[in-house]
Design a protein around this ligand. Sequence first.
Ligand code: SF4
Length: 230
Amino acid sequence: MKIGGLKKTSLIDFPGRLSCIVFVQGCNLRCPFCHNPELVLPEKFLPPLDAGEIMAFLEKRKKYLEGVVITGGEPCIEGEGLLSFAKTLKNIGYLVKIDTNGTFPDIIRKAIEQKVVDYLAMDVKGPAEKYELVSGVKTNMADIEESISLIKNSGVEYEFKTTVVKELLRIDDFEKIGGLIKDAKLHYLQRFIPSKVVDPKSFSYHTYSDEEFETIRRIMLKYVRECHVR
Ligand code: SF4
């Protein structure tokens, strides 16, 4: 695993669990608004952290931490490496959360089958016809739909989430986003906050007002059981 960063403690990234966060280096998408360019654009990569030192830290901190969040970048680009890392974490006694963009359904399936994941959080970027615009590259919608179905039926805790950029997603696009994740348990609408971004033109992007977010949330509630703004 190419690990580009470690956050030693988090109260918010693994729902209900005191966790740490492992940031995987590399991503197959190029969402213009992505706030982790140093984990996405190879020219911004720093030398990966020492895997042995990370494992030593995780072994030592087990008595304080309940979970490990594996995020990125896109953790699933590591393939079998991700599965074996997650298995090692489970053997130490951690709960494991994986954040994913949903473009690697085979890895998600194996993580579920091998019982090495306790929480899955998947980005749903937009309606099918806007996926390329929002993710910055051509995306295979069959993979996205397969990942959504696997996650919904996994028996593992999960959430879907969408970063809301006004210039990329219209309010009525959320009818189609709702259709993509129909009957899901939980969806988060994430306000876009310009900070570091993959594409500098995103600095001119906006998010919606609180009232508009409430309209979007009501649309999503026609399709999912719970929807929150964060
Ligand atoms: S926001 Fe997009 S580009 Fe950034 S890590 Fe996630 S999937 Fe990759």
